[in-house]
Design a protein around this ligand. Structure first.
Ligand code: AMP
Length: 286
């Protein structure tokens, strides 16, 4: 991987990286096409990174479709599908991790201890192996995007981090590899996330500014769906991820909801039209 990247950079070609865990859907493919529009060569990495899964999470059952993924990556602009083994990424004796403090102890970091250390460590490794000029990440994992932007700045990585808006199914459900775990009725319940976002936007457009009252309204809506339980409903500043009590044009509503016992889904979006969009959202709030 490194040899190829050095060769391409030597020829003056820019390299765009799209890190993924595979089982591609239209969200992943849009990131690849975006990268292709911004860089001469696109590398898609496919690595189900064991260190970002906690005990009892779905590492062992994470869906895969390697042959199909190879085909669709190539069809969407990837020059290379880089799929290292866990042994190659973490040879015996590995001891170094990358930790972004502060931004990682809230939201998904609070629900999934150690998750972001796994993410920042593997993304750092991928950056060193692929040596990209830019990397594209989905805004669906909004905290991950903020954490990686921070890591790149703090460690002078010099890689441009691009956010891609959330790609949704026609009915509003954010696309996710984990949607494949849902049964038919759970798929209906999964709509509670995008509907809660919509409700918060409608109430904010009507003048409601209190984060706690908006959260109560979202909780009421989400828990009215069968099998839906709230992990978190947080109104946060788009860059600092700090909780806010009054929603303004920097506020992002971040949601994590469990559907049944096994499937945990996330979604997020601006509550009001942002002044300047940190997330490059085209997911238009009211
Ligand atoms: P994953 O394979 O789930 O780790 O995701 C790989 C990349 O695709 C991450 O940057 C995700 O944020 C992004 N991604 C996943 N689902 C979506 C979606 N529905 N819309 C936009 N980006 C997404």
């Amino acid at each position: 991987m490194e040899a190829w990247s050095r060769l391409e950079s030597g020829k003056g070609k820019t390299i765009g990286l799209v890190p993924t865990m595979g089982f591609f859907h239209e969200g992943h493919l849009s990131l690849m096409r975006m990268a292709k529009g911004l860089a001469d060569r696109v590398v898609v990495s496919l690595f189900v990174n064991p260190t970002q899964f906690g005990p009892g999470e779905d590492l062992a059952t994470y869906p895969t479709s390697f042959a199909q993924d190879q085909e669709s990556a190539a069809a969407n602009g990837a020059a290379i599908l880089f799929a290292p083994t866990a042994e190659a990424m973490y040879p015996p004796g590995s001891r170094t991790t990358v930790v972004v403090s502060g931004l990682t102890d809230t939201l998904c970091g609070a629900s999934r201890p150690g998750h972001f250390t796994g993410v920042t460590t593997v993304v750092s490794k991928l950056f060193h192996l692929v040596r990209p000029d830019l990397a594209v990440f989905g805004q669906k994992d909004f905290q991950q995007l903020a954490v990686i932007r921070r890591m790149c700045l703090d460690l002078n990585m010099g890689i441009e981090i691009i956010g891609h808006p959330i790609v949704r199914e026609a009915d509003g459900l954010a696309m996710s590899s984990r949607n494949s775990y849902l049964t038919g009725s759970q798929r209906e319940s999964a709509l509670c996330l995008s509907r809660a976002l919509k409700l918060a936007r409608q109430l904010a457009a009507g003048g409601e500014r209190s984060a706690s009252r908006l959260a109560d309204a979202c909780r009421g809506l989400i828990t009215s769906y069968p099998e839906a339980t709230v992990d978190y409903i947080s109104f946060v500043h788009q860059a600092t991820l700090k909780d806010v009590s009054t929603v303004d044009r920097n506020t992002v509503l971040a949601l994590a909801v469990k559907i049944g016992d096994k499937v945990r889904l996330i979604d997020n979006g601006y509550v009001r039209r942002p002044v300047s969009s940190y997330l490059e959202s085209s997911d238009e709030p009211c």
